[in-house]
Design a protein around this ligand. Structure first.
Ligand code: G6Q
Length: 548
C-alpha cells in the first residue's frame, strides 16, 4: 500500500522535514511573537475547552500533520467505523460502541441489520431495573432494599464502570454504595465482602465472554458467600449478569431474566456505554447515565463532522503522533486536577495501550515505526509532589494532558482556586522553563552569595519547551464526562488509523489468559510438571515448597 518502507510516504516525509525545521524552536518564543497564539490554537465544544497552544508546533507543522491524516484516509476510516464495517479485521467484527450512544431514530447497521432496536431495548431494561433497585421495588430475597452494589468484572468490564462511578460520585443516590471486585487475588473479594450484608447486596457479574477466570472465580466466591447466608433460592434476587454469552450466564446459574445483553461489536474497553454501565445507572440514576451517553454523542457528532483542523480528537491525535514518531517521545501523562477523576489515568491507560500497543499492521506486516505510547498519570496536585520532578527536569520529555473543571462540586474555602492556580502554573512552567540567568537573578534577589548562586543556578534552571494540552471543563458532569471519554476513544482511533493498525483486538490480553491456565494445574498439584524455562520451573517449585 505504501511502497517498500510503506510508512515513509510523501506526507510522512514532509512531517519529518518539518521536524528538522522546527525541532529547536522554543515555545516561549512562539508565545512572545504571537500574542494570539492561545486563541488561535484553542477549540471548544459546549462546555469543553481544548487548549493545545502549549505544544511545539506552528501552522506549517500542523498543516503537514493534517496532510498526513488526509493521506492515511482518517476520514474514510472514521466513516467506515460509523457505518458498521468490520474494521476489527482480526476478529472480523464491526466496531460500533458509538451506536450505544446514538439517537435511536438514526439507524446504525451491522451486517445490514439496524442495531438501534436491540440497543434501545437493553437501555429500557437497564432503566427499569436501575429504577427498581433505586426505589427499592426490586428487593433482596429477605425483602430488604439492595443498597450495596458490587460489580464483579475485570479489564474493560471493570475499569470503565469503576472510573465513571468515581467520577460521578457526587450524583450517587444517598443510600447506595458501589464496590468493585476485579483482581483474582482473594484479598479483593474478602476485603469487600467483610463489610457487606448479604441481605442488602446485589452482585453484578460483568463479563463480555463470561469465560474470564478472574471474574468467574470471584463470582463463584460471592455466590457461595450469599448462599451460605441466605440459601440457594436467594441467587435470583442478588445476582445479575452483563454479557454477550447467554449460554454461559445460564450455565453459571444466573436467570436469563437477570441478564443484560450487549454485543460483539462492543469492545471490552469501549463498553461502559453498554449494559456494562449498569452499576453507573443504579448509582447515579438512568437520566444521568443517559446524559453521559449524550455527551459522548456530542463528541461523536463533532468527530464526524468538524473539519480536520477544527476536530478536537484529530488535532489531539496528530500532536501525539508528532511527539511519538518524530520527537521519539513514546509516552504521555494524563493528569486530571479533580479528585473525582482519579481513576481516569488508569482507564485511559487501558484504552490507549490495549488499543494501540500493536506491532503488526493491517496488511499483516511488522511495523517499522512506533505505535501506541506508554500512558501514565495520577490526580493533581498529588502527583506534583511525586513524579513531576521528572516532568520538569528529567532528560526525557513527557507530553502532558491536563484536565480540570473550572467549578468544583466541592467549593470549600479557597481549595479550588489553589487547585486551579496549580494546574495553570504547571502548564506555564513546563512551557516556559527558567533560563540559567533567570535562575541566577532569582537567587540574587533572595540574597544569596555569588558562590552559592554560581553553584545553584543550573540546578534551579528548567529547560521548558515541554508540551501540554489543557482540557478545561466548566464542571465534571455526566455530559462532560461522556465527552471526555469519547474524545480519547476517537483520539486513539485516529492514531491507530494513521499507524494502519487494528486498534480493536487484544491478542496480548488473550495470551495472558491462556498462559495462566497452562500453569494452574501445576500449582494446584494436578499435573506434575510441564516444560518451562528454568526460571519459571524453579519458581513453581519454590512456590509449591512455600505453600506445602
Ligand atoms: C478489553 C479487553 C479486556 C476485557 C477483559 C474482561 O477490551 O478485551 O480488558 O475487557 O479481559 O473480559 P470479559 O468481559 O470477557 O470478562
Amino acid at each position: 500500500m505504501f511502497g517498500t518502507d510503506k510508512n515513509n510516504t510523501k506526507a510522512w516525509k514532509k512531517v519529518k522535514s518539518e521536524y528538522k525545521r522546527f525541532k529547536k524552536v522554543h515555545m516561549r518564543d512562539l508565545f512572545e511573537k504571537d500574542l494570539a497564539r492561545a486563541q488561535k490554537y484553542t477549540l471548544e465544544l459546549d462546555d469543553l475547552v481544548f487548549d493545545y497552544s502549549k505544544n511545539r508546533f506552528d501552522d506549517g507543522v500542523l498543516q503537514a500533520l493534517l496532510n498526513l491524516a488526509k493521506e492515511r484516509e482518517v476520514e474514510r476510516k472514521r466513516d467506515a467505523m460509523f457505518e458498521g464495517q468490520k474494521i476489527n479485521s482480526t476478529e472480523n467484527r464491526a466496531v460500533l460502541h458509538a451506536a450505544l450512544r446514538n439517537k435511536k431514530e438514526n439507524p446504525m447497521c451491522v451486517d445490514g441489520k439496524n442495531v438501534m432496536g436491540d440497543i434501545s431495548a437493553v437501555l429500557e431494561k437497564m432503566k427499569k431495573f436501575s429504577e427498581a433497585v433505586r426505589y427499592g421495588t426490586f428487593k433482596g430475597y429477605t425483602g430488604k432494599k439492595l443498597t450495596n452494589i458490587v460489580n464483579i468484572g475485570i479489564g474493560g468490564s471493570d475499569l470503565g464502570p469503576m472510573m465513571v462511578c468515581e467520577a460521578l460520585k457526587r450524583y450517587w443516590q444517598k443510600d447506595i454504595r458501589c464496590y468493585f471486585i476485579s483482581n483474582i487475588d482473594g484479598t479483593a473479594a474478602v476485603e469487600t465482602l467483610k463489610n457487606l450484608d448479604p441481605e442488602t447486596t446485589l452482585f453484578i457479574v460483568a463479563s463480555k465472554t463470561f469465560t474470564t477466570i478472574e471474574t468467574l472465580t470471584n463470582a463463584k466466591t460471592c455466590r457461595k458467600w450469599l448462599i451460605d447466608a441466605l440459601g440457594e433460592h436467594a441467587v435470583d434476587k442478588h445476582f445479575v449478569a452483563l454479557s454477550t454469552n447467554t449460554e454461559k450466564v445460564t450455565e453459571f446459574g444466573i436467570n436469563k431474566e437477570n441478564m443484560f445483553e450487549f454485543w460483539d461489536f462492543v469492545g471490552g474497553r469501549y463498553s461502559v456505554w453498554s449494559a456494562i454501565g449498569l452499576i453507573v445507572a443504579i448509582a447515579v440514576g438512568f437520566e444521568n447515565f443517559e446524559k453521559m451517553l449524550e455527551g459522548a454523542y456530542a463528541m461523536d457528532e463533532h468527530f464526524k463532522t468538524a473539519p480536520l483542523q477544527k476536530n478536537i480528537p484529530v488535532v489531539m491525535a496528530l500532536l501525539g503522533i508528532w511527539y511519538n514518531n518524530f520527537f521519539g517521545l513514546h509516552r504521555y501523562a494524563v493528569i486530571p486536577y479533580d479528585e473525582y477523576l482519579k481513576y481516569l489515568p488508569a482507564y485511559l491507560q487501558q484504552l490507549d495501550m490495549e488499543s494501540n500497543g500493536k506491532s503488526v499492521d493491517k496488511d499483516g506486516d511488522f511495523v517499522k515505526y512506533s505505535t501506541g505510547p506508554v500512558v501514565f498519570g495520577g490526580a493533581g496536585t498529588n502527583v506534583q509532589h511525586s513524579f513531576f520532578q521528572l516532568l520538569h527536569q528529567g532528560t526525557d520529555i513527557v507530553p502532558v494532558d491536563f484536565i480540570v473543571p473550572a467549578i468544583s462540586h466541592n467549593e470549600v474555602g479557597n481549595h479550588h482556586e489553589i487547585l486551579l492556580s496549580n494546574v495553570l502554573a504547571q502548564g506555564e512552567a513546563l512551557m516556559r522553563g527558567k533560563t540559567i540567568s533567570e535562575a541566577a537573578k532569582e537567587l540574587e534577589k533572595a540574597g544569596k552569595r555569588k558562590e552559592e548562586i554560581d553553584f545553584l543556578k543550573k540546578y534551579k534552571s528548567f529547560s521548558g519547551n515541554r508540551p501540554s494540552n489543557t482540557i478545561l471543563l466548566k464542571k465534571i458532569t455526566p455530559f462532560t464526562l461522556g465527552q471526555i471519554i469519547a474524545l480519547y476513544e476517537h483520539k486513539v482511533f485516529v492514531q491507530g488509523a494513521i499507524w494502519n493498525i487494528n486498534s480493536f483486538d487484544q491478542m496480548g490480553v488473550e495470551l495472558g489468559k491462556a498462559l495462566a491456565l497452562n500453569i494452574l494445574p501445576e500449582i494446584e498439584g494436578k499435573v506434575l510438571h510441564r516444560p518451562h524455562d528454568s526460571s519459571t520451573a524453579s519458581l513453581i517449585k519454590k512456590i509449591k515448597m512455600f505453600r506445602r
